[in-house]
Ligand binder design. Structure first.
Ligand code: NAI
Length: 676
């Protein structure tokens, strides 16, 4: 369908010649009623004549179109709009095009040179647009064009006055786009290039001839059509080429450190990075721009999330993420019905092949051992997220077009059925603020009937939604783990097919993947590299294997037996790294008795008194300075910072023998665990 302007009333300012005339003719040709405005001035704004506008009106009428002339200056904005209302009863489209030039090198620019340019371009566009605004608002339709120039966007010798006014129009348009949006008033800006009397002084004659205004007009018509939903755009257009412009911003650098004044030297030091456009972002609103600025506060200032400043609160309302509201919310349950077909398609999708006899049991439902690939456990749970349930969560007002899949964690308690119906229940485990984006940690339990089959944690990255002043890490996150720093225990090489999975870096179909594996107890660390390029494409991955008898949700989610074991293992690792420092700070031996269901189930010694410290299982050989008895569950609460040790003591959850004051030092030992 061709674009019609039948019934639309268009005002084109400065339409007596050049580009404006071309717009007026083109709108009229497509059925619009056109007000042809032109003061009939010379290029510098001098003189006045009705002839220019009259000629264009005549030309339109001669072709059977509808047009009236207006000879007022754009500085009489109301009069121009009144002409439209008197002649055609409404105003739908306004093209701010009128313009003059008074080029001077900057030092020679007089007050008049400056003022005249601002008055015609910037103030004129303002006055005509303001006169049209309420009519457009009331009728809930309006299309406005502002005309800027490359001189404004990039700067141009001898055009300081003109550049300032022209870029001023971009700012005006940006705000009108924001204010007009809800009334269906869209405002866009063009920087045209065309041969006209304004350019004939600076361009060679044949260029003036070939850069025809008719190669610009179609763009203006499209932007002004009701079908076009573009708003707040900035375009360069000429010779039949059209390009869009936007802001780009470097990743930038934080040049301020916690509890330290900011200095110009720090700015100098980071200068190259501040100006480095690698991985540049493209903020497109004040909110987006503000988010990254405000997110600095949560990184540089202590406890910002605990005591939000006004700025953080502002960014949080702008991004629409409020962890306090969202965390703990449940998504509506989802069901996933499947047959062997889905299992087979999945297996094919991740690279199983009939050429490998070992793979047949995943690909042929008649196979005596037909099974579902364990990682298929991600698929039924994914429905919980894909069905749009996230959209119903209060405090998670996010743009779904900005969502990316981050890390994935899966625990499988039973072999997956090869058909049937599975239900999934999803909970928002946490929401993190990564500055550039937000990460939603989604815990999903998937059941067959009442039986828990698997648990998934999705880490959902929402680009551009960060900066709400939240925390960056979470104890709930199932973090990836780096492999040990030794040569792998086993290596396997596979060729990729045209099928793809998520990698940290691109993998081209046909490349070979080298999988390196390290076995640490029942844990196998996995890392994949592309053999041809040596790029690491899968990192931090691991598989924990458990015997069938151990495979219960309780055992697995709790790290095989006692949850506290994992924390002690971590404490052991930290003592290895920082033991000497901890010994200095703590200077005591802690004995631990861990209970479960009222029974003593484990004993540990944290020795931060002797040598460079040590952790061992079992009681201390001498006399511990303090011995703490606590249940496995309460220990986890304390370790994760959810339960204050002193409070736990008063609540009778934590029993202390020996030097009770030492329990205050527990926080030093456990401090970082919550952040792991
Ligand atoms: P032009 O000089 O042919 O057309 C401008 C028209 O505006 C003239 O007919 C003039 O009489 C009218 N005008 C001047 N002051 C007025 C006032 N106070 N009230 C009403 N009408 C007035 O120039 P051209 O090239 O067609 O320019 C149109 C617009 O495009 C201008 O805003 C100009 O700055 C802009 N532009 C043009 C470029 C080009 O390559 N032609 C490059 C960048 C921007």
């Amino acid at each position: 369908m061709s674009l019609s302007f039948e019934g639309r009333v268009v005002l084109v300012t400065g339409a007596g010649g050049g580009l404006g005339k071309e717009y007026a003719l083109a709108f009229a040709e497509r059925g619009a009623s056109v007000v042809v405005n032109d003061l009939g001035a010379d290029t510098k704004g001098g003189g006045k004549s009705s002839a220019a506008a009259d000629k264009v009106v005549e030309e339109i009428r001669a072709k059977g179109g509808k047009a009236v002339a207006n000879y007022d200056s754009v500085e009489d904005g109301e009069k121009l709009i009144q002409t439209a209302l008197d002649a055609f009863g409404r105003i739908d489209i306004l093209v701010n095009n009128a313009g003059i030039l008074r080029d001077r090198s900057f030092a020679r620019t007089s007050d008049l040179d400056w003022d005249l340019i601002q008055r015609v371009h910037l103030r004129g566009s303002f006055l005509v647009t303001r006169a049209a605004w309420n009519h457009m608002k009331n009728q809930k339709f309006g299309r406005i064009i502002m005309t800027t120039s490359a001189a404004g966007i990039y700067g141009n010798f001898g055009q300081a006055n003109y550049s300032a006014a022209k870029l001023g129009l971009v700012g005006l348009a940006n705000t009108l786009a924001v204010e007009g949006r809800k009334y269906n008033i869209f405002c866009n800006t063009i920087a045209p290039v065309a041969g006209s009397r304004l350019t004939e002084t600076v361009m060679p004659p044949d260029l003036v001839e070939s850069l025809k205004p008719e190669y610009v007009a179609p763009m203006v018509l499209w932007l002004c059509h009701e079908q076009c939903q573009e708003n707040g755009g900035l375009f360069e257009v000429g010779a039949g080429w059209i390009g869009k412009l936007r802001w780009e911003r470097s990743q930038g650098r934080i040049v301020r450190q916690m509890n330290q004044p900011m200095s110009p030297e720090a700015v100098r030091e980071q200068w190259d990075k501040i100006c480095d456009f690698t991985d540049a972002t493209k903020p497109s609103s004040v909110q987006e721009s503000l988010q990254s600025v405000v997110s600095v506060l949560s990184r540089v200032e202590e406890e910002v999330s605990a005591s939000p400043t006004a700025a953080v609160a502002m960014a949080s309302s702008a991004s629409g993420i409020n962890p306090a509201e969202a965390v703990g919310q449940k998504l509506p349950p989802t069901t996933f019905s499947f047959t062997h077909t889905q299992c087979i398609l999945y297996a094919l999708g991740v690279g199983m092949s009939t050429k490998d006899p070992e793979h047949l049991r995943f690909l042929y439902e008649g196979h005596s051992d037909f099974s579902c690939l364990p990682t298929f456990g991600v698929i039924p749970s994914q429905a919980a997220m894909m069905d749009g349930g996230l959209g119903s969560i209060p405090g998670l007002n996010i743009d779904f077009t900005q969502v990316l899949h981050g890390e994935q964690y899966l625990e499988l308690y039973k072999p997956l059925p090869t058909s049937g119906q599975l239900t999934s229940e999803a909970t928002i485990a946490d929401v993190l603020d990564k500055g550039s984006g937000a990460v939603i940690l989604l815990d999903v339990n998937t059941y067959s009937g009442d039986e828990l089959i698997c648990y998934n944690q999705f880490s959902v990255f929402v680009v551009g939604a960060g900066g709400f002043g939240g925390k960056r890490t979470s104890e709930k996150a199932k973090a990836p783990l780096p492999p040990p720093k030794r040569a792998p225990d086993a290596v396997a090489i596979d060729s990729t097919t045209k099928d793809q999975v998520r990698f940290v870096k691109p993998v081209m179909p046909g490349q070979s993947l080298q999988t390196e594996m390290w076995k640490e107890g029942n844990r196998i660390h996995i890392q994949c590299t592309v053999k041809e390029t040596d790029a690491v494409v899968l990192s931090g991955a691991y598989v924990d294997l458990h015997g069938a008898s151990e495979a219960s949700p309780e055992n697995l989610t709790k790290g095989g037996g006692l949850q506290s074991e994992l924390v002690f293992a971590e404490i052991g690792r930290r003592i290895k790294d920082l033991g000497a420092e901890l010994v200095k700070k703590v200077n005591a031996v802690f004995g631990w008795e861990i209970t479960k269901d009222g029974k003593n189930v484990a004993q540990w010694t944290i020795d931060l008194k002797n040598g460079s410290g040590a952790l061992h299982e079992g009681p201390y050989s001498g006399k511990a300075d303090v011995t703490i008895t606590v249940s496995d569950e309460d220990f986890m609460e304390v370790a994760q910072g959810k339960l204050n040790p002193q409070k736990a003591f008063f609540a009778g959850k934590l029993k202390v023998r020996g030097n009770i004051m030492l329990s205050q030092k527990l926080e030093v030992i456990l401090k970082d665990y919550a952040k792991l």
